[in-house]
Design a protein around this ligand. Structure first.
Ligand SMILES: Cc1cc2nc3c(=O)[nH]c(=O)nc-3n(C[C@H](O)[C@H](O)[C@H](O)COP(=O)(O)O)c2cc1C
Length: 197
């Protein structure tokens, strides 16, 4: 049994990204794993640093207490062996609320100075409008992967993986059928990832 903490950022309950979350959680449960979720939109997570938080980080004041909502995120992360981040690609990165989550939750003393391993594994699962091939050709895939895995996860997890579920098809003709087939393939891959956690 593995304990997984999911950090989820999407506002819509009828979105494909929400289906990815549901499929991931269902497959975890069916495999005997347990999960907690920080649903950042549902929580109304504040995503901007206050001046006090900025001053704590910029002066490396690790002994200064962090805000209660940040401490609660630290506790959820430390209670899990695996972390998963599930979100849509918006303008070649994560939604602003998740960027702000890193700004606020990756605090000195928790995420750096010192940087210590806090999880066995970190998974980044994102949905995208472009296909993986298009994102690779533009360089955006490598940029997002580097930002998430090299910088934000780094040595904080023993291993990490970055998976994009892309190709949301738009346009005429059989676009809806093609997207339905792609979506089904994506969701079975999501379930397989959860089972092999
Ligand atoms: C504000 C916004 C920005 C987006 N930017 C990108 C982008 O930079 N690259 C991309 O591949 N898709 C982009 N998309 C498409 C979404 O990634 C895609 O629709 C989503 O992952 C799957 O749809 P969902 O909202 O139903 O979960 C963007 C969508 C929105 C709403």
């Amino acid at each position: 049994m593995t304990r997984v903490h999911v950090v989820y950022a999407h506002p819509g309950g009828r979105s494909f990204t929400h289906k990815v979350l549901g499929t991931f959680l269902d497959a975890l449960g069916a495999s005997g794993h347990t999960a907690t979720v920080s649903d950042l939109y549902a929580m109304g997570f504040r995503s901007v640093l206050t001046l006090e938080e900025y001053e704590r980080e910029s002066s490396y004041a690790a002994d200064t207490p962090v805000p209660a909502d940040v401490a609660a995120e630290h506790d959820r992360l430390d209670a899990a062996e695996v972390w998963a981040f599930i979100y849509p690609v918006w303008w070649a990165d994560c939604p602003a609320v998740l960027k702000g989550w890193f700004d606020r939750v990756w605090t000195v003393g928790f995420a750096y100075k010192p940087t210590v391993r806090r999880a066995r594994k970190a998974l980044v699962l994102c949905t995208a409008g472009y296909s993986v091939e298009e994102l690779e050709a533009s360089g955006v895939h490598a940029a997002m992967r580097t930002t998430m895995l090299t910088d934000r996860i780094g040595d904080r997890a023993g291993s990490s993986d970055f998976v994009v579920f892309g190709s949301r098809v738009t346009g005429d003709g059989d676009a809806a059928e093609r997207w339905a087939a792609t979506k089904a393939r994506h969701l079975s891959e999501v379930a397989a990832i959860a089972r092999s956690i």
